[in-house]
Design a protein around this ligand. Structure first.
Ligand code: FO1
Length: 448
């Protein structure tokens, strides 16, 4: 008998009476069968009621500018998840359509007794969830399967910075950074369902195929876990050095698998905590736990998470004050997308993103700050950075991406620095500053 999921990881979204019938887990953000608190909670409900457990994933034809690159990664990951579900005796249906249509129909077909879904602070998921909630007359639960500490438990408001959320998280780690229970088969399970027709599902997509999949980045739970173990064995120790040097490939580079929920951040944190105590390990845990959960906190509590309006007052005020400053260079979105600016370092970062679907964390800051410097207005700059990030990065459309852009352009979670043109008191970065930190020529030649 596995222990119950920590009740604080679960939020009940309505007070409809429980009916006898299958438990449905509507999988969305956390697209894995292992290390998944939402699935474990759904299992708990099914076991207690002695009813079957069924999982459904709603495949939407397009999602906020995602291209073939991101959908291919996601669908290959879902194929592995489907196979894993079969192994576990849990039917997983991949259904084309929007959740507001698919989930209520699925629930009716099964005459289900309750629905569980995973937590996601972004407005598209919130809208889906509201749509499904309106259509259900059975209990509907939301489980935070993405964060170690449930976002609603960490804080009930938007936190100001890492230094304000850190003590709140650290106080709760002992309670929530717990190992995942091993999976135990359910007493009542369904006969395995037939595999989805992946070809039909792919043909139903409405995505820009010009942003192609990236060779060498292997999707799926297994590849994500392999990447994680490889990083723990060789990378974690020098993480602090590599976080300042894009030439040192020591970063975890786990963001594609984390974004699609193909692996669990909690699993990564548990492995990192077990590793040798080093400077790199501490820095990595700061990124993996504190900084990442700060991004969900921001998107949960600030509806303007992808806009200048989401910035702290001092950031908005300083950008306004310098709105009319002369820009030494102004580039169109196309120029930036094509990486044809006067700055070879910036062009190399853009090239890395277009070619590999990822960009080193340090370069992401430089990349976004220069877009602010070379755009007509802060609004143009932010829209361009989010557009390019969502179009080319594997981990676009993610709280960490939005926070990264707002930190870089408007000082979100940061503090005022020495005032200068265009940036005002938003922290400034220069190519010269990069040269002092790492071999810029090497980065440029590697990403030409
Ligand atoms: N979530 C879904 O439930 N269904 C989808 O078809 C879907 C497509 C998709 C494509 C690109 C992408 O970056 C995310 C996508 N998501 C989809 C959302 C994802 O599950 C996360 O919830 C969000 O990215 C927010 O974290």
């Amino acid at each position: 008998m596995i222990r119950d999921v920590h009740p604080d990881r679960v939020r009940r979204l309505n007070d409809a009476p429980q009916r006898l019938g299958a438990v449905v887990y509507w999988m969305s953000r956390d697209q894995r069968m292992d290390d998944n608190w939402a699935l474990l909670f759904a299992r708990e409900k099914a076991e207690k009621a002695q009813v079957p457990l069924q999982v459904v994933f709603c495949l939407v034809p397009s999602f906020e500018g995602a291209c073939l690159r991101q959908y291919d990664f996601m669908l290959q990951g879902l194929e592995e998840t489907w196979n894993r579900a079969q192994q576990m005796g849990i039917p997983l249906d991949i259904r084309a359509g929007t959740p507001e249509d698919v989930v209520p129909a699925f629930v009716r077909d099964l005459d289900a007794g309750c629905v569980v879904t995973d937590f996601d602070p972004l407005r598209s998921k919130q809208a889906w969830k509201q749509g499904v909630l309106q259509a259900l007359d059975i209990p509907f639960y939301e489980v935070d399967a993405h964060n170690i500490i449930p976002a609603w438990r960490v804080s009930d408001k938007q936190e100001y910075a890492a230094r304000t959320i850190r003590p709140k998280i650290q106080k709760l780690l002992a309670e929530f950074l717990e190992p995942f229970p091993a999976w135990e088969k359910l007493h009542v399970s369904e006969e395995p369902n037939t595999p989805p027709d992946w070809g039909v599902l792919r043909n139903g997509l409405d995505v820009d195929v010009s942003v192609a999949p990236v060779i060498g980045i292997i999707p799926g739970y297994t590849a994500g876990m392999d990447r994680m173990y490889a990083f723990m064995a060789d990378g974690l120790d020098r993480y602090d050095q590599s976080s300042r040097d894009p030439n040192v490939h020591g970063l975890s580079r786990l963001s594609p698998w984390l974004h699609f929920g193909q692996i669990a951040a909690q699993r990564v944190a548990l492995e990192a905590v077990r590793s040798r105590q080093t400077e790199g390990q501490q820095n990595f845990l700061e990124q993996m736990i504190i900084r990442r959960e700060l991004t969900d906190n921001f998107c949960l509590h600030n509806p303007y998470y992808d806009s200048i309006k989401g910035l702290p007052a001092w950031g908005r005020a300083t950008l306004d004050k310098h709105r009319l400053d002369v820009r030494d260079y102004v580039y169109s979105r196309k120029d930036l997308e094509d990486g044809v600016t006067h700055d070879p370092l910036w062009n190399a970062a853009q090239g890395e993103m277009v070619t590999t679907g990822t960009m080193h964390g340090y370069m992401r800051m430089y990349w976004a700050k220069k877009i602010l410097e070379w755009s007509k207005t802060p609004e143009d700059a932010m829209a361009t950075a989010i557009y390019l990030n969502d179009r080319y990065e594997f981990d676009g459309r993610d709280p960490s991406g939005y926070v990264g852009v707002l930190w870089s352009m408007g000082g979100l979670h940061d503090r005022p620095w020495k005032e200068r043109a265009v940036f005002g008191t938003v922290r400034y970065m220069t190519a010269a500053g990069c040269r002092r930190k790492f071999d810029v020529e090497k980065y440029i030649s590697d990403n030409r």
